[in-house]
Design a protein around this ligand. Structure first.
Ligand SMILES: Nc1ncnc2c1ncn2[C@@H]1O[C@H](COP(=O)(O)OP(=O)(O)OP(=O)(O)O)[C@@H](O)[C@H]1O
Ligand SMILES: [Mg+2]
Length: 498
């Protein structure tokens, strides 16, 4: 195994070179030789020797120079200077130049081997140390890389992150944290007590003061701006050190505004529904109480009137429940549709039949105007009927006596456009915006006496959404309103191609 070890002898004395070479080869080392300084430099720098033994006095270049030159290119090799003229200065100079030491000539094989072994060992240690150093550097590099990557990750997540130490100082935070909590004044090493909203600071403080052994993550919701447009959920968790004591806490902030808004809408919807359901039930109950009260005796005509009014209220109640069911079905995507090519004009005529009486009662003239060659639309006829029923019902309901309703159908590049126009009460610009919201009803002097639930147009909107159609509204308060619905039609040209 010593053959792995390479030794170079640089000496101009032939006998000595041969003798040394033999001794070392007997030990199993691989030995090279050079008979002068110049060759010594060229051989010594072309290979990795473990030990180089250099004669001090050579005719061409001095051993010291050979040593100096070789050290520059092979700093990890162990060098020995061999000399018969040992003096203190030579030794000092040799060691200054990086030699392990010098060997006094003449030397015994044992003396030689002793020094050579020392040199080999020294070289081994140097190489080992070098390797360790390289490994350590590689590890550190990896660590630094990991750290910067982690940093990048935390910086780019949408959740806010803040780490606070035991002294309540910020030791780490990301841009999202500043943004979500509007904590522009936050900086590293700053005490967070006057930067964070008090309730959030309190969460941190409470946790840091908690001395119990099992501390769990605490979460709470906060509104972070006065307008109430931003809701966040803040979670505080302990950071435990090696000895299980708390080093600090980490805060994670989530934007929960959307969930909050949905929750709010849901609550509004439920309270509106309950409110709307209550009125007809209460009215009906009122009539029934009068009619069943033995101490109240009513003429028959009055009894019939009360029963008629009660059943009208119940009818409107059923209609509303049906509307609500429609809405929830479309919300849950459980609407069953039978889609087929439909002639729009036919549906319009069927719908108008339903309103003949009502229109006649108030002397409202209904006019229809169709263009030629109106294409078919691919829809569930019931849904289109419901859509048109709502629009025509509104056009009559929100009309004036002796008013007019004009229904026209027009074909454009992609859509069949159905316009329902009335000469009724119209709407104010602000009212137009909210028309399609559930339960929205404009409140003005005209609508005071007109009953309805505010669900009709929200159903219209849902139906149009499903068929990739849309609706436009033009309205002038006190003058009239025009709804135009756009429904994509079946393109004969395209369908034939398929
Ligand atoms: N043609 C119209 N002219 C004037 N205002 C209208 C017209 N159509 C709708 N509106 C306004 O829009 C509101 C919402 O209409 P929508 O059809 O959704 O509900 P509604 O008619 O009040 O009740 P429902 O149709 O459920 O019985 C109405 O209350 C009314 O204020
Ligand atoms: Mg309506």
């Amino acid at each position: 195994m010593n053959t792995d070890i390479k030794i170079l002898i640089v000496d101009d004395e032939d006998n000595l070179r041969t003798a040394v070479k033999k001794i070392l080869q007997m030990e199993g080392y691989t030995v090279s030789t050079a008979e002068n300084g110049t060759k010594g430099i060229s051989i010594g720098s072309s290979d990795d020797f473990d030990v180089v033994l250099i004669d001090l006095k050579m005719p061409d270049i001095s051993g010291m120079e050979v040593l100096a030159r070789l050290r520059q290119v092979k700093p990890n090799t162990s060098y020995y200077i061999a000399t018969a003229y040992a003096s203190y200065e030579t030794a000092v100079e040799a060691i200054k130049l990086g030699a392990e030491g010098y060997i006094l000539k003449p030397f015994t094989p044992d003396e030689l081997l002793h020094d050579i072994r020392k040199g080999i060992e020294k070289r081994r240690l140097i190489i080992e140390a070098e390797e360790l150093k390289r490994e350590r550097e590689a590890n550190l590099l990896e660590l630094a890389f990991e750290r910067s990557r982690l940093n990048t990750v935390i910086k780019s997540i949408t959740e806010g992150v803040l780490v606070v130490n035991k002294d309540r100082e910020a030791v780490y935070f990301n841009p999202a944290f500043i943004k979500l909590l509007k904590a522009d004044e936050l900086e590293l090493a700053r005490n967070v007590s006057d930067v964070l909203p008090y309730p959030i600071y309190e969460m941190i403080d409470n946790m840091l003061n908690d001395s119990s052994s099992e501390i769990k993550t605490q979460s709470d919701e906060f509104k972070t701006d006065a307008d109430g447009d931003l809701y966040v959920e803040v979670s505080v968790s302990p950071i435990l050190g090696n000895d299980h004591s708390m080093d600090g806490v980490v805060l994670v902030v989530n934007n929960i505004t959307t969930y909050k808004q949905i929750e709010l809408l849901k609550n509004q919807f439920i309270s509106m529904v309950s409110h709307e359901l209550k009125a007809p039930v209460a009215a009906t109950l009122g009539f029934l109480e009068i009619l069943t009260n033995p101490s109240i005796i009513l003429p028959e005509t009055q009894q019939i009137e009360y029963l008629t009014r009660a059943s009208a209220r119940l009818k409107s109640l059923i209609e509303m429940v049906n509307d609500l069911l429609d809405i929830s079905r479309s919300e849950l995507n459980t609407v069953r549709r039978e889609i087929r090519p439909v002639i729009v004009q036919k549906v319009i005529e069927e719908v108008l039949l339903l309103f003949e009486n009502e229109a006649a009662k108030r002397n409202i003239a209904v006019e229809i105007k169709y263009e030629e060659n109106i294409p078919l639309i691919n829809v569930d006829p019931n849904e289109i009927e419901r859509l048109l029923t709502n629009l025509v019902s509104n056009a009559i309901k929100y009309n004036k006596n002796d008013g007019k309703v004009l229904i026209s159908v027009h074909k454009s590049a992609k859509y069949v456009e159905i316009s329902v126009e009335d000469t009724g009460i119209g709407m104010k610009p602000g009212e137009k915006e909210k028309l399609f919201n559930e339960f929205y009803r404009a409140k003005n002097e005209f609508t005071k006496t007109i009953s309805g639930t505010g669900l009709g147009l929200s159903i219209v909107k849902r139906i149009l959404d499903y068929y990739q159609g849309y609706v436009n509204v033009e309205s002038e308060y006190g003058k009239g309103t025009r709804f135009i619905i756009y429904l994509p039609y079946i393109d004969e040209h395209n369908t034939n191609q398929h």
